[in-house]
Design a protein around this ligand. Structure first.
Ligand SMILES: Nc1ncnc2c1ncn2[C@@H]1O[C@H](COP(=O)(O)OP(=O)(O)OP(=O)(O)O)[C@@H](O)[C@H]1O
Ligand SMILES: [Mg+2]
Length: 367
């Protein structure tokens, strides 16, 4: 049950025979494969979110410390000094497909370990197949999607369908018509308009200016303005997630960063607010692009139901800032999803459970 559903794969016949024997039916899962973190929801009720990062012990001592050859997820970030770390996704796609350098094989293996960890999180029984709908960036190419399918297959996920992330979110919320979803991730902002049918290429936009860009921008501003302060991108990301805001509040972003090794309180409110604020015009531009190319009779409908998801949706004051940005472009109504962490994975699971198999191929081709 891969992208080409008419092809009778080995996995298909395994599933069929397993079902005929009355033994096991597949566990269905929805996966939100993210640049920064990946979430999985399974038909058995399990759900988990993990950092999309893989780490190998640096040397014999760290191998002794960790007792394992490879670590996946948040444990890698916690033990990063003793590990060689690798982020298998870049701009929402598998990074190994985007390079011919020496690191290609490492990136591929890291992707494989990530899929294996996600499969384990689905908690399948012995010999129980796992079938997944996986969310990828809106403008993922056919090759990108195929790479996801192949690697997931290699990790033992037999049935794989790739859909766009914002479409998965729309499906989770039953927002299948007169709506637009904006998913603000770490690598990409993905937008998709919903008009009652399967979204096509023309219904989707990917903006390559998302959370990672914001982090890089804060680092740049801080380095320029406070060259004495010591910090890592991870410290900046954590501070941003605590203090990000696009409205003026009296709350200051006060962090303890070292200066010459000495913890010192510094105020990074301005740097955070400048960098996070840059997201707004990128998002409104994407929205405008999808509105202006839509049937003029129905444009007002989609601009009046803009649903924002993804980690970036948690920026304080974003809803008001986007509505203000949209005022100049004809107005709009914005809502933020309740469950920014799992909305994509939930929608993907719902698709996996509800979509009759004959539609799977069509889903993969369009969205
Ligand atoms: N409160 C917050 N304010 C601002 N940004 C936040 C906040 N919480 C999380 N983020 C950012 O959201 C991003 C992660 O979101 P998400 O998990 O949706 O991305 P992803 O799925 O990993 O990435 P992509 O969809 O691009 O592949 C990170 O850049 C993170 O720093
Ligand atoms: Mg995402």
């Amino acid at each position: 049950m891969n992208m080409d559903l008419n092809r009778n794969t080995q996995a298909d016949s395994d599933v069929q025979s397993a079902s005929l024997n009355g033994s096991t039916t597949a566990v269905k899962v929805g996966i939100d494969l993210g640049t920064s973190r990946s979430a999985i929801c399974s038909s058995k009720g399990d759900r988990l979110v993990m950092a999309s990062v893989v780490g190998w012990p640096k040397d014999a001592i760290s191998a002794k410390v960790f007792g394992r050859k490879v670590l996946v997820g948040d444990a890698v970030l916690e033990n990063r000094l003793a590990l060689k770390t690798c982020f298998p996704l870049k701009d929402g796609n598998l990074a190994f497909t985007q390079t011919d350098g020496d690191d290609k094989e490492t990136l591929r293996k890291a992707g494989l370990h990530l899929f294996t960890a996600l499969r384990q999180a689905a908690n399948p029984g012995p010999n129980q197949p796992v079938h997944a709908v996986i969310g990828a960036p809106a403008e993922a190419t056919r090759e990108n999607k195929q790479a996801i399918i192949d690697l997931a297959n290699e990790a033992g996920i037999e049935g794989v369908m790739v859909v766009s992330e914002p479409f998965a979110v729309a499906y989770a919320l039953d927002a299948l018509e007169d709506a637009m979803v904006v998913d603000i991730g770490a690598g990409t902002i993905d937008l998709c308009r919903m008009a009652g049918s399967l979204p096509g290429v023309e219904d989707q936009v990917t903006v390559f200016h998302a959370g990672n860009h914001v982090d890089a921008r804060i680092c740049e501003l801080l380095r320029e303005q406070r060259p004495d302060v010591q910090f890592t991108p991870n410290m900046i990301k954590q501070a941003k997630e605590r203090f990000s805001s696009v409205v003026d509040t009296h709350k200051r972003a006060l962090v303890q960063f070292p200066i010459n090794g000495r913890p010192t309180e510094i105020d990074i409110t301005d740097q955070i607010s400048a960098a996070v604020g840059e997201l707004v015009p990128h998002i409104t531009e994407g929205i405008q692009k999808l509105v202006s190319t839509f049937d003029p009779e129905f444009q007002h409908r989609i601009r009046n139901r803009v649903i924002v998801s993804g980690g970036g949706s948690q920026v304080y004051g974003l809803q008001e800032a986007l509505e203000k940005g949209l005022e100049e472009l004809g107005g709009g109504h914005v809502v933020i999803v309740d469950d920014a962490v799992y909305a994509g994975a939930q929608g993907a699971l719902k698709l996996a459970q509800e979509m009759p198999e004959e539609y799977w191929q069509q889903l993969g081709e369009n969205s």
